[in-house]
Design a protein around this ligand. Structure first.
Ligand SMILES: CC(C)(COP(=O)(O)OP(=O)(O)OC[C@H]1O[C@@H](n2cnc3c(N)ncnc32)[C@H](O)[C@@H]1OP(=O)(O)O)[C@@H](O)C(=O)NCCC(=O)NCCS
Length: 193
């Protein structure tokens, strides 16, 4: 398995892995939004994206932000008027829960109060289903941590939903500790030095 940075030509496959493994708000909003997200994340200087390849196939990825408050703004800015109309339809037809969106906004607000300044965070991490539990997620996080240490960054954060027990167990196994719990979301932190 090879770990190397993603380039723009990987955005389609990265989006498909994200869409099929993560049921976060972006996935619930549709594959179109997820594709827009990866185009931005891969080309934006505030982030780095690493992929894990088996031969020529991308099978997992991690995206890390140097400044998560800016990443939240970037993500909110992805939605065009037609996206809002599509999302409204999803809410009206019960495919997307307004409560879930509300909870996410409340959680983001709690995190902003807890961490008002610039902080580094994992934005997305996903391993294709059939490759999970083979140490690939761990390798991606460890590689990302090495990169952050080179930049003299002292802490890495990540958030997940409290019902994502797999992710919680994964982050705890790497040494992340829970620092905040609010509106169905959990913020974890690891010291890098
Ligand atoms: C969470 C995720 C990234 C973990 O990646 P992975 O490559 O499967 O994890 P690893 O094989 O590196 O696991 C490392 C350790 O994490 C823990 N862990 C991983 N998956 C676990 C699971 N399903 N249940 C319990 N513990 C788990 C274990 O302690 C594991 O060590 P072990 O296998 O020696 O027991 C992966 O399951 C995934 O992509 N899930 C869907 C997307 C997602 O939820 N991403 C996180 C969003 S914040």
């Amino acid at each position: 398995m090879l770990v190397k940075p993603l380039t723009l030509k990987d955005f389609q496959k990265a989006s498909l892995i994200h869409f099929s493994t993560l049921s976060d708000i972006s996935s619930l909003c549709g594959l179109g939004i997820v594709k827009k997200l990866y185009k931005k994340l891969i080309s934006d200087d505030n982030h780095f994206c690493l992929g894990a390849w088996q031969r020529t196939d991308l099978i997992a990825l991690i995206t890390v932000s140097y400044d998560m408050n800016n990443s939240d703004k970037l993500m909110h800015g992805l939605f065009s008027f037609s996206d809002f109309l599509r999302i409204t339809m999803k809410i009206l037809t019960g495919k997307l829960s307004l409560w879930r969106i509300f909870q996410r906004l409340v959680f983001e607000n709690s995190v902003k109060r807890y961490l008002p300044n610039k902080y580094s965070s994992i934005v997305t991490l996903c391993v294709e289903d059939k490759f999970q539990r083979k140490g690939i997620g761990k390798k991606l996080v460890k590689t990302a941590i090495m990169r952050l240490k080179e930049k003299k960054i002292n802490y890495l954060y990540v958030d997940t939903r409290e019902d994502n027990l797999k992710a919680l167990s994964f982050y705890k196994s790497l040494g992340f500790k829970i620092v905040l719990q609010s509106a169905g979301g959990i913020l974890l932190k690891i010291k890098l030095k």
